[in-house]
Design a protein around this ligand. Structure first.
Ligand code: CTP
Length: 131
């Protein structure tokens, strides 16, 4: 089975490791779309701390990841699924229901997020401890 997942994976943390490890358990080939810097700006109204080249490099280096690419647009999910021949789309449950329209193309599974960790929170903690 070929698995595809997407994310920014900025300031890489244990929640990111957990979702990639659990995604890989559903198949034998894990493809990860890493959001471009511009896409991240349009989603979250800020640029990532780590640029897209470094984030791609980090994700590519992981044992469970077989293939990576830069995700340029949220609207292209169906094209990426077809291009990479994915059987299953896996996303964290912060996206619950948001990709159900793709169920004609592949299975769609939402996995529970790891509690109490997020890139946004890490950035806030670091900012407040500097001041
Ligand atoms: N993720 C997770 N558990 C967490 C944080 C993220 O399972 N605690 C998953 C998300 O559901 C997504 C992937 O990791 O499928 C990439 O998430 P991303 O948005 O890059 O990470 P966040 O830490 O949620 O970033 P932010 O705080 O900027 O939204």
């Amino acid at each position: 089975m070929r698995i595809i997942t997407f994310g920014t994976f900025d300031v890489f943390h244990v929640g990111h490791v957990n979702i990639l490890e659990r995604a890989k358990l559903h198949g034998s080939h894990l493809i990860v779309g890493v959001s471009s810097d511009a896409l991240n700006f349009s989603k979250k109204n800020r640029y990532p701390i780590y640029n897209e080249k470094d984030r791609l490099h980090i994700i590519r280096s992981l044992r469970d990841v077989d293939e990576v690419f830069i995700e340029e647009s949220l609207e292209l999910k169906a094209d990426y699924i077809k291009y990479f021949n994915a059987d299953i789309l896996i996303m964290g449950d912060d996206w619950q229901g948001k990709f159900d329209h793709l169920k004609g193309l592949c299975d769609v599974i939402y996995l529970p997020r790891t509690p109490s960790v997020s890139t946004t929170e890490i950035i806030e903690v670091v900012k407040s401890s500097i001041i």
